[in-house]
Design a protein around this ligand. Sequence first.
Ligand SMILES: Cc1ncc(COP(=O)(O)O)c(C=O)c1O
Length: 439
Amino acid sequence: MELERQELDAFTGQSFPGEQDGSATEIFEHRESAVRSYCRTWPKVFDRAVGSWLYDEDGRAYLDFFTGASALNYGHNNAALKRALLDYLAADRVIHSLDMHTVAKREFLTAFDELILQPRQLNYRVQFPGPGGTNAIEAALKLARKVTGRTEVITFTNGFHGMTLGALAMTGSKFHRDGAGVPLPHGIPVPFGCRLDAGNPDSPGLERLLQNGVAGLGEVAAVIVETVQGEGGINAAPLEWLSGLADLCQRQGVLLIVDDVQMGCGRTGPFFSFEAAGIKPDIVCLSKSIGGYGLPLALTLIRPDLDIWKPGEHNGTFRGINPAFVTGTAALRVYWRDKVLEESTLAKGEHVAAALTELAGSVPGTAMQPRGRGLARGLAFEDPELAAKVSAAAFERGLLVEKAGPKDEVIKLLPPLTATDSEIDEGLAILADAVQTVC
Ligand SMILES: Cc1ncc(COP(=O)(O)O)c(C=O)c1O
């Protein structure tokens, strides 16, 4: 009834009682689904964005240490990527082409092959599964089951893999799982960082689980893991644990899927987050920053002998929009032809880690724990309310930092990898001020 009235008022040009002055966010509150979320954390209307900065419609600047949850590793409207995109658009090049061959796709695959796969001695077929990270996960899960003929997948507590039903079944968050409305079977959760050996019957390890199977469940097709859990609270798996996990999977004939949707594309330093562990997963999922510019693109990388898809067996309309190939190619050519970005990310990451360690020790009586790898960093609070207050206080001071973890108890810092040293220091100073004020 209220909506009909509002529509009528809009049509007749009359104002809607109580809303004459027109709040800037009114249309979102009335028309957009209740499911919207980040806009509740940062209730402003944003308009422009350059590099590490977002601007609201009143022109106020915010330092962005959220970066679309790592979808903007090269910053907002990165000049080199924008040039490539504008040139492409100006010349009426192909935008949408399903999975037909295009020059833009050829250039992307060539750059990915030359700059990413070959130098790392990685040999993967590239599947474009659909635009989001969750699409990359769905394709990986389907393929792992198809190849092995098995159903179960080992997942880790607090893992996050996406919202479509297959990926959601691998996701730990009860809040998100409850949204499914149907059972979410075929994921076997085990503790992140669990013991990997067989252990003993009282304290079994993952090897025992894989050897003996799980009562009432089918056999295990794959293990899916994030090397650093992003949404789960910036939990960095020890590198030796990751290499032990890869060895175990190989010994047991179980496929290893690394979900590098959030931690890939240089977030932890190297292009792939698993490089530091010296492992070669069977399947890798990428999305977020692979398109470079915030344009949707996802990749499922497949060990060649596992690529048993029949043509068109897994499809979808948006499996690689060409503008994302163009900006993705530009990002690879600008940032991944040498080690400069990787090394600067590692150095900046160490700097942030040191600052967080100092901050964590600076407030007597408030327990805080710094975490992370590369430029994926977190500050965990014992009390989730403090994390919420710190995030809000940082926002008031012009810094976007999101919360993560099972209770939203971790302040998550994902600055652009291209942020300058002074921008990093400015963000850290705002965070320190927010922590000191709140705690
Ligand atoms: C590790 C990981 N996997 C998968 C996803 C799902 O990606 P998308 O939201 O693009 O579907 C996310 C999203 O945050 C993620 O962090």
